[in-house]
Design a protein around this ligand. Structure first.
Ligand code: HAM
Length: 409
């Protein structure tokens, strides 16, 4: 009997996983530079948190949740996203005092039809800026995602931006949109027909109904003066920050907690079933939707699986700075001490375990993707090793006390 990873999930092994380590490192570094602190929440939450927070009429809640009853009879769900959990955690901790800036990283679960870039377990890295109503917060979060993609080397990314206004702006708009959709009823998909009366804005999000939606009245044309002013502020802030964007009037996003600003990052030359490598929005209603005090908030989540697919194929960098090769069996202990010293000095260093031929050790060095090999042989008695650049094959003697300097060029 052999076992395979469940459908729609992936094993990520070296060397591919080096890219994941980089994606994580760059994200953590950027989050800290922008003043966000790590938030760790459980991978499981009570089902109701998501059905209330994300919305009963959304694809995610209707079709994609991994929900089960635990041994205590509680309905729990593997998190399909991180925002509801962060908000729940802050409410549980007593609410947001002033502002709170948090980031997270980890696996999310959605029961989707698996495809390239659409997985049942996938990774998101997100930031949430809580307690701030100013459009400055929206601009910071949008810029953050853009810079992240830039630093990772994802080229030609378009920020698609929209404002969906506030719930209170929406009653007139909703009526207008419903009337429009009713007039095109015969052309709508089954899902759209069902959502038409529950939440007509969800129809704008439906890829299957794109032709009808193209002619529909859009939320951005129905903003209240306050929401319109907020959106002007977001756009002026993005212009000042040098972040290019395109207004996408039918972009509403697939989750119910949003109001006002919503956006997605779409790499222009990325062919995958789903093209957005990240998205976010303002979600002032969410705290109250899940039982908290009114708290303005804005955030984003980047989809790591898709980002790594969209990224330019980068040359694989060496995974080790040095591989120490034992050419004289009597020098094994010295060679091991050298590895230990290098590791303590911050170098990535390794050697083969057990007794192996020199040839086998060089093979192991290549397999480990080492940049350099340091051969410990007879010349150790004179305080030297033979150092070889594994990319060029060049070889030279290096004094033991010079090794660290030599490795750094
Ligand atoms: P979302 O648009 O549902 O937003 O997901 C964000 C990103 O996660 C997507 O742009 C995509 O790259 C990735 N993603 C989503 N589903 C999958 C999947 N099945 N396979 C691979 N990648 C996927 C949210 O989740 C919100 N919580 C974002 C947010 C944070 N809004 C405010 N704060």
């Amino acid at each position: 009997m052999t076992y395979r990873a469940p459908k729609g999930t992936d094993d990520i092994l070296p060397p591919a996983s080096y890219e994941w380590v980089t994606a994580e490192r760059v994200f953590l570094d950027l989050a800290e530079r922008y003043g966000y602190g790590l938030v760790l929440t459980p991978l499981l939450e009570s089902t109701e948190l998501f059905s209330r927070g994300i919305g009963e009429a959304t694809e995610v809640v209707e079709k994609q949740m991994y929900t089960f009853t635990d041994k205590g009879g509680r309905s729990v769900t593997l998190r399909p996203e991180g925002t509801a959990s962060v908000v729940r955690a802050l409410i549980q901790a007593g609410g947001v005092v002033g502002t709170f800036k948090g980031f997270y990283w980890g696996p999310m679960f959605r029961y989707e039809r698996p495809q390239k870039g659409r997985r049942r377990q996938f990774s998101q890295a997100g930031i949430e800026y809580l307690g701030e109503a100013s459009f400055d917060a929206d601009v910071e979060v949008i810029e953050f995602g853009y810079r992240y993609l830039e630093e990772l080397g994802v080229r030609d990314v378009e920020v698609q931006l929209n404002s969906i206004g506030d719930g209170s702006d929406r009653s007139d708009y909703r009526a207008e949109l419903t009337a429009f959709l009713e007039s095109r009823k015969g052309e709508l998909s089954e899902d759209a027909l069902r959502r038409l009366y529950e939440n007509p804005m969800r129809v704008l999000d439906s890829k299957a109904d794109a032709d009808v939606v193209a002619g529909a009245p859009t939320p951005v044309d129905h903003l209240s003066p306050a929401a319109a002013e907020h959106f002007d502020g977001v756009r002026a802030g993005l212009d000042a920050a040098g972040i290019p964007y395109r207004i996408a009037p039918t972009l509403v996003r697939g989750l119910d907690y949003y109001n006002r600003t919503v956006w997605e990052y779409v790499p222009l030359n990325f062919e995958a079933a789903q093209s957005s490598v990240g998205g976010g929005g303002r979600y002032d209603p969410l705290f109250e939707m899940v039982g908290g005090k009114p708290t303005p908030a804005v955030g984003l989540a980047m989809g790591l699986d898709r980002i790594l697919l969209a990224k330019d194929e980068s040359d694989l960098q060496p995974a080790l700075d040095a591989f120490v090769v034992v050419a004289d069996a009597d020098r094994r202990v010295d060679a091991q001490a050298l590895v230990r010293t290098l590791r303590r000095s911050g170098f990535r260093a390794d050697s083969a375990a057990g007794e192996r031929s020199v040839k086998a050790q060089f093979k192991a060095a290549d397999r480990a993707r080492a940049a350099k090999a340091l051969v410990v042989g007879e010349e150790w008695n004179e305080g030297r090793v033979t150092a070889r650049d594994l990319a060029t094959g060049e070889q030279q003697p290096v004094a033991v006390e010079e090794i660290e300097t030599w490795l750094t060029h």
